[in-house]
Design a protein around this ligand. Sequence first.
Ligand code: HAM
Length: 430
Amino acid sequence: MTQSPRQISIPRGTHDILGPQAPLWEKLEASARRVLTCYGYSEIRTPIYEDVALFKRSLGDTSDVVNKQLLELKTSNEDEGLALRPEGTAAVVRSYIENNNDKKEPLSKMFYIGPMFRGERPQKGRLRQFHQIGVEAIGPQAASPLLDAEVLALAMHLLTECGVKTPKLLLNTLGSIEDKQHVSVFLRDAFNQRRDLLCEDCRQRFERNVFRVLDCKKPPCKAVVAEVLGNQGLPLSAESMAYFDKVKASLTDLNIPFTIAPHLVRGLDYYTHTVFEITSEGLGSQDAVGAGGRYSGLLHQLGADPKTEFSAIGFAVGVERILLASGQTEGIVKGLDAYMVVMDHVFSARAFNLIQQLRLAGISADMSYNGASMKSQLSRANKLSARFALILGEDEMKSEKIAVKDMTASTQEIIDQNNLVNYIATRLKK
Ligand code: HAM
């Protein structure tokens, strides 16, 4: 007996988006596009893989995303290190620099929608292939607290429009690049004195990137952080605090509620000044539905003209987490406009010609090509949620007519075949 070949399954941490789920994604993406364009952002599509050095240099060698989660590609050329993109910011900045955007406009406002890849341990709300909707505002004129407020307002508007009922905005500032350097020395010194109290992970983190300790959820580390910082934020310069005050004032002016999270630092290295996370109930331990911040140093780090001063800010929201947070699990059934039912297979050529006329007029139509029984064709029309069943029998063939059955009202009319497109279009108000 020959063995049947092994069935191949979908890789762990990935999902098929199929059936009624696909129209739900389509609707969500359409709503997102509407909101994003209202704020003046235009779409950018970058490759789904990039030079691995791009991610290492931007996200930081010590970040979990680079250290543990990069999905690198095997290519025949071993010198060519490529990786699937774990996020969108690095590639957008790479493209901005490569295309000399700064010579073309003072501020580039871009958005992207697409899959990202991280080799994480899969769990609820945490996938290996997930989808982000992200925005990046980059340019020599991007250093304005009003732009921070715009990006935050946009993130909240977008999530609400996509059905997230109670998004909660957590906000902090990391200060300027110089502040970050001073704070890093201050924290390293303070944690060094309390080194034995930190968990094993933090003892390592603290050597490589001291800010990570602030992120640790373990009670002993939280206690150390509380002792070092109290309820205060990081010790920053007056200038950075004044900038942050302006961001907060703009949000208050727009009636956007926020909570200051003085220990929020984020897991990617490139952030400076404003950082934020947006959480939602019902997501379990992975409760961040979106996150972002300002990243002014990244442009020069990736090779932008050193003579130009740049700033940038952006965020990304996770589509799977939006769907979880908004409870949209059912999907959307997209019905067909018309389904052709042929009473005898010999009428199929005529029926096929008629549905093509409907399709060319933008009316969705379908039929069976294999001579199924009338009962099974009608049940197929029902299954596809067809608005009309078009019935072609011997009488109709002879008289060049067709029976149109309204599947919702259960009424039927006989019309001329050459008036079919007009008739259906009028009934559908197309
Ligand atoms: P991030 O916090 O790594 O930031 O990801 C943003 C959002 O993507 C998260 O809040 C979450 O909704 C979703 N997400 C991340 N990882 C996963 C996963 N494994 N499974 C499902 N969803 C996930 C960034 O990616 C930055 N690039 C955001 C940014 C843009 N900062 C400035 N500009």
